[in-house]
Design a protein around this ligand. Sequence first.
Ligand SMILES: Nc1ncnc2c1ncn2[C@@H]1O[C@H](COP(=O)(O)OP(=O)(O)O)[C@@H](O)[C@H]1O
Ligand SMILES: [Mg+2]
Length: 313
Amino acid sequence: MSMVNTEHLYKAFGRFMAVRDVNFSVEKGEIVGFLGPNGAGKTTTMKMLTGYLPPTAGTASIAGYDILDEPLEVRRHLGYMPENVPLYDEMRVYEYLAYRAKLKGLYGKNVRSEVGRIIDRCGLNTKRKNMIRTLSKGYRQRVGLADALLGTPELLILDEPTNGLDPNQIRQIRELIRELAEEHTVLLSTHILSEVEMICSKVIIIDNGEIKAADTPEQLTGSLRAAGRVSLEYKGDLDVVMRELSTIPAVKKIIYEGTLPGGWQRLVVRAEPGSDTREKAAAVISRLGYPLRHIYRHIPSLEEVFVEMTRHD
Ligand SMILES: Nc1ncnc2c1ncn2[C@@H]1O[C@H](COP(=O)(O)OP(=O)(O)O)[C@@H](O)[C@H]1O
Ligand SMILES: [Mg+2]
């Protein structure tokens, strides 16, 4: 059973279709990055999963419970940190979390122990008695995360958890999420690519309300056209080398990039995405008895994947 499973989800705002035929799943224990440009439909999708927004068509299940038929079970199994965490400015951190814990059905001693545990977990010990309005953005995000964690739900849905934070705060929240992922399944949205590369085991790319790709970061970067590119520098005859290299099976095109000081020829070998022609290319040069001083296979970043998938032209 998947932790999250969406079935042909649609959401229309008037005539505008914000989410279109969205299908994806998140398995137990995964930490999944939900990635897309502003306005792609990330928040809308998350709001449907958490029961804050009814789908126009389609449905989804959380931990096996249907979001339309069993909304209470759904709420019990997930913790949601919305994009703009609604916090009560005039409450103290401890007070707020205790209030939220009661709303989630905890009572008596359980409230005290659960809130204490979560405050510890989120590094909020020194702030427990502070008024929420006095907290920095970083600590406010921690309170939002603590709220989502109350009751230890199996699934955490975090909408841009590092939005608006400075680099140090981003690193701290990222570390916290990484730790949380040991005990929870996590679905987090972001438009920060390095974040996804660092913590996510799977990436879902959404653009214009549609899913463009869903795979591991390695698979996504490996499938790009640029992934098969090898550059090399050798000294010797250009025509002979070009001809010999073109006989390597995966090779599609060889581009001469120029001659560098000292007579080194620079070539770029384009091959099938995902192939690695380094060994064969090096063997060709060495069979000809030419010196080779550089060979490099291009590894695309997730940023290149993102640009290729969400480019509008
Ligand atoms: N309540 C709403 N009414 C009308 N349009 C909306 C509403 N909420 C979101 N949208 C539109 O739906 C699209 C997706 O928005 P959103 O899900 O917030 O994107 P993201 O979170 O990926 O930035 C955007 O074009 C946004 O303007
Ligand atoms: Mg959003």
